[in-house]
Design a binder for this molecule. Sequence first.
Ligand code: WT7
Length: 650
Amino acid sequence: MSTPETVPVDPAFAARARLDADGAARLRERAARDPDGVWRELAGRLEWMRAPTEIRDVSFDRDDFRIRWYADGELNASVSCLDRHLDARGDRTALIVEPDDPAGEAQRISYRELHARVCRLGNALRNLGVRRGDRVTIYLPMTADAVVAMLACARIGAVHSVVFGGFAPQSIADRIADCRSKLVITADEGCRGGRRVPLKANVDAALKLAGTNSVETVLVVRHTGAGIDMQMPRDRWMHAVVDGQPDVCEPERMNAEDPLFILYTSGSTGKPKGVLHTTGGYLAWAAWTHEQVFDLREDDVYWCTADVGWITGHSYVVYGPLANGATQVVFEGVPNYPDVSRFWNVVDRHRVTIFYTAPTAIRALMREGEAPVKRASRASLRVLGSVGEPINPEAWRWYYEVVGDSRCPIVDTWWQTETGGILISPLPGAGPLKPGSATKPLPGIRAALVDAEGRAVEGEGEGNLVLLDSWPGQMRTVYGDHARFIETYFSTYPGMYFTGDGARRDADGDYWITGRVDDVLNISGHRIGTAEVESALVAHRDVAEAAVVGYPHDIKGQGLHAYVTLKAGVEPTDALRAELVQCVRSAIGAIATPDRIQWAPGLPKTRSGKIMRRILRKIAEGAADQLGDTSTLAEPAVVETLVADARAWS
Ligand code: WT7
């Protein structure tokens, strides 16, 4: 492997950074020598009602399994995010809410105001009968209401489950039913790119599909003012229930290991699983990583473009930044509305210093050329971040040179819904940076590569990415299915957490994530299980069988290629293709829209009937000359037909 090109850290940046190369090295050394000391210090950054004395209690051994951090500590996450800032910085702006409509005025919300709003809603939720441990589903646009709703749940010890506003009713229904939510918080409509999203109508449809009567109340935020159906007594207006509530609300005393939230994410099999995060360790990890990875300072204006419907929005819009008392932009809109300068205009308008987005957005904007970027000054920027999928070196360079004017370090942050926070990333003052590499595990994180048999890959090499030990932000279980948790993550390689990603490690010990090695796709940074798309397709009366794979896509990272076998006698038509696309959109949501549907007279299978996805992937990639071993195929002719037909795509 040739030595990858590196970008040295600017000495002036390093001189002011929280961690320079020496500082990072010292912390790594301490974390190796005295991990509990480092973890204890990490907890010290939170506001505890009772400080933890037990630091960690972890075993990845299936028969003696436990992950417990700070287990005798007591705290309330909303107190660490709000109350403790009130004395010294209550008037500081917590949120700058930039609406979808560029002509609309940005709303500034101080920590004091945010605290009051959270308290009023906390009281209202208690009045509506929501108790500690109850689940609340949140289906809201990217506005202050979403942040308030999440923290109000935390305040009263309710467990929030945020569902991304782009998900279709069936997906909302599955998520409500799985955790048996007592209450749903939504809005009349959302606005994205000038278009309205019928959030309340989607919730109505979801509740009809959910097959559960757990939901007693639907709280509706009046956002666009659109006329919607209110079904009494179930549906209540948010403004009506919070009106007149006191702006103080006693925070529930939570154990560090009490659940903070559930967030559903796709796996390689079955329905999305409810990733459960607990209070103390998660919050400490989100806060510490947010401060160190972005080199957060007192005068920063931070902006993460992720929606709160994803883990990035949980850890790096809500919990991390607010625990750190940061000032941040919350953006309702999209990068290309009203035009492709929007991000950079918002950066200038609010003098954003730290900007965190996804490679798919960078690639889409890159395609539009430099002019829309250069029209804005961007002089305030000092740190850039990337998250969600591998960033190709070309996009990295464009981000660095064009967006950051070659002044701002880029932190390429690798992590997952399951990890709660960033695990592998450069520290911007400790560098050097390498375009395309997430570089090194953060101090205290024990990453490793293993081969298919679980043997360690030492030094330079390639393998499957595992974590040998726990960290405070690790998920604790799959909600309602602890066996699935252990099965999914700790049984491929006993004694290790398996990430599902492949990676390469270079001679400097830097990691290059190569992508998922399981049947999970990463489409525009959104995680989609092939099994979910397949089950949406086979639900159609004309479909006999379907197999879905990913293929490289210039903008989206991966595109979605579906092979569909129709029932005997059904004509493959364009109308049917459109119907199938619609099936997927209405079962999951627009993010799972197939880019290609290929009619397949048959699917390549082993003699035992297992679909050979490896072959389907190669065909979709246009690499039919590299099919590898096909000797186990039951019917080789099937492959020839698929290859011939697939030429049309490339
Ligand atoms: C998967 C996790 C991390 C929050 C958003 C996505 C991929 C994530 C990177 C990165 C290469 C990355 C991995 C991972 N991924 N960040 N910097 N470089 N790949 O969270 O939906 O749970 O997806 O996203 O494949 O396993 P998620």
